[in-house]
Unconditional design. Structure first.
Length: 98
């Protein structure tokens, strides 16, 4: 997975109506943090954007000079509706550093 310098190194997950929008907003105010637009990319959800590929996902984080790049997707916690998101996330683990 070399060459993916602009992937996120922060993913905010949480339940619906639990403050992820506020957290996303407040994180975006920090000068060293870039938060995705739109907030909920849902890349790791097969039924949503997984088929668009990692280059599509990477294109959402072009933020030179930002130390932290993140997204917020509450749908990642909707089990059993979206069963495979963790599998997809694990398969893309290479470019992420936690």
């Amino acid at each position: 997975m070399e060459g993916y310098a602009m992937l996120p190194n922060l993913v905010v997950i949480g339940g619906a109506k639990c403050g992820t929008t506020s957290l996303h907003h407040y994180l975006s105010l920090h000068p060293e943090i870039f938060m995705s637009h739109p907030k909920e990319l849902d890349f790791f959800i097969e039924e949503a954007n997984w088929n668009k590929g990692i280059r599509w996902y990477e294109s959402k984080f072009k933020a030179p000079g930002k130390v932290i790049r993140g997204e917020s997707s509450p749908r990642y916690t909707r089990y059993p509706t979206f069963l495979k998101w963790a599998v997809h996330r694990r398969s893309a683990r290479g470019p992420f550093r936690f």
